[in-house]
Design a protein around this ligand. Structure first.
Ligand SMILES: *Cc1c(COP(=O)(O)O)cnc(C)c1O
Length: 468
């Protein structure tokens, strides 16, 4: 590709992106294709001869685009938001062009120094105290894995990596019955074993871990010769936003010398607004906290902020050169690859920098406040409609509901309603099982969503329910 062609196609791709974003409301949110339909249009074998960019680009539009679900669609209310605000997309264009490996300070000093700075901006923005250090992980799953490994090593007196786990008492980790599956996987990968992830039952409106049961489980394990290592608290779990009492958990952890990791992957962005911070009260006492700017905030995937009170514990767990400990944090040199499982790192801080500057904290707070307000009003409107029931009350901008049809099994009714909504295409929502009941989740979080989109959601849901 000549520089002239590179220019032409880069400009074309950037312009395509702008048109794509402005036309999203006209598209169905969820891909409306059948399994295999896209693969059938792609040759079995790769081309021997070079093909024209014109052809490749045309195929992208013809074959690929119809098979995409539009996560940036303003009426995407499924799963969780995966916002890529325009300013963050622009930053990613620059990162793509430079394509640097930012694993060590010297492999791109600006990437490391900007990362330290913007994570400290974000720390202040969400109200975590001075003294917390931040690092960008590729995902919350990676941050949680790093935290579980740190809990394990701390409990094993830093010898699990060298001696393996067989040489030690059995490590035990505690978490909510509603904890995200990334916690289970971290426990598998850390060699602790699913059976040693003690799931504490949840109770109350916020579906928080029962703290009496938690403390009793820790005591009983210790009495049985097992080794309690840490607790994973969740703030806004994915299914229905279950939120633990972080302060209570930290109190227990302090009494039993355990490590606390807070998973606020989705809800953490809302902590920009002081009025929502009661949801994670106590987070300032935890050992580590993860929140995903690549979800609600608008920094395009991937960008997961991992805050640590004692980063040296993480570095001691993951750095491959123990001598690094001697210089850790000194001379202003940080090698962030020693804070994470992968060695290679993308330049992720740039999009966060662009995002925070282009919208300002006030702009981002206004977006989050709107989403929470609109979601809670929609829940009230649905509650007032005959046949509708709010099953889990809103936690920030997430709630779940069901529609009840006379004489039909509610799970069946709601499966049919969900399929009807997503086939219709104007909005996209997903389901979860809550205490065995099939419920439809609704979360508002799209960067470009406006109040009229919520009105459309109400119309689609009620209209399709009546037509079932
Ligand atoms: C989304 C989510 C995760 C996983 O995040 P990734 O960045 O995709 O790994 C973990 N926990 C919670 C509560 C989440 O909402």
């Amino acid at each position: 590709m000549t520089p002239g062609e590179f220019r032409k196609w880069s400009v074309r791709a950037a312009e395509w992106g702008v048109d794509y974003r402005s036309g999203l409301r006209e598209r169905p949110v969820r891909a409306q294709t059948a399994p295999g339909e896209i693969a059938a249009q792609i040759p079995d074998a790769p081309p021997e001869a070079a093909e024209a960019m014109e052809t490749i680009f045309a195929d992208f539009e013809k074959i690929i685009l119809p098979g995409m679900t539009h996560w940036q669609h303003p009426r995407f209310f499924a799963y969780f938001p995966a916002n890529a605000a325009p300013a963050s997309v622009v930053a990613e264009h620059l990162v793509n062009a430079m394509a640097t490996q930012c694993m060590l300070w010297q492999t791109s000093p600006a990437a490391t120094e900007l990362e330290t700075r913007v994570l400290d901006w974000l720390r202040q923005a969400v109200g975590l105290p001075d003294g917390y250090s931040g690092v960008i992980q590729d995902s919350a799953s990676s941050a949680t894995l790093a935290a579980i490994l740190t809990m394990r090593e701390r409990a094993l007196d830093w010898s699990g990596n060298t001696k393996g786990l067989a040489a030690h008492r059995q490590v035990r980790i505690y978490g909510s019955g509603d904890a995200h599956t990334s916690v289970d996987r971290a426990i598998w990968i850390a060699g602790i074993g699913e059976e040693n992830f003690v799931r504490i039952p949840v109770r109350g409106r916020r579906r928080a871990m029962d703290l009496a049961v938690l403390e009793e489980a820790i005591r009983a394990d210790r009495a049985a010769g097992l080794l309690p290592a840490g607790i994973v608290a969740c703030v806004g779990a994915t299914a229905v936003g279950s939120t633990d009492d972080v302060a209570g958990i930290c109190g227990i952890a302090e009494r039993h010398n355990l490590y606390v990791h807070v998973d606020a992957a989705w809800a953490g962005s809302a902590m920009l607004c002081p009025e929502f911070r009661d949801l994670w009260a106590g987070a300032e006492r935890a050992n580590s906290v993860v929140l995903n700017p690549h979800k609600w905030l608008g920094a395009q995937f991937d960008c997961s902020a991992h805050f640590l009170r004692e980063p040296e514990n993480l570095v001691r767990t993951l750095a491959i050169r123990p001598s690094y400990l001697d210089t850790h944090g000194r001379y202003g040199i940080l090698n962030y690859s020693e804070w994470s499982v992968p060695l290679g790192r993308r330049f992720r801080a740039l999009k966060l920098w662009f995002l925070i500057r282009a919208y300002g904290l006030e702009g981002l707070r206004a977006m989050i406040r709107n989403h929470v307000g609109w979601s809670q009003r929609l829940a009230e409107h649905l509650r007032a409609e005959p046949g509708f029931e709010i099953v889990s009350e809103p936690i920030l901008s997430l709630f779940s509901f069901r529609y009840l049809c006379d004489g039909e099994n509610p799970d069946e009714t709601n499966r049919r309603l969900l399929a009807a909504i997503n086939d219709d295409g104007r909005i996209y929502v997903t389901q979860t099982l809550l205490d065995g009941k099939f419920v439809i989740r609704f979360q508002v979080g799209q960067f470009e969503c406006d109040e009229a989109d919520i009105g459309t959601a109400f119309d689609v849901i009620t209209e399709l329910a009546r037509a079932l």
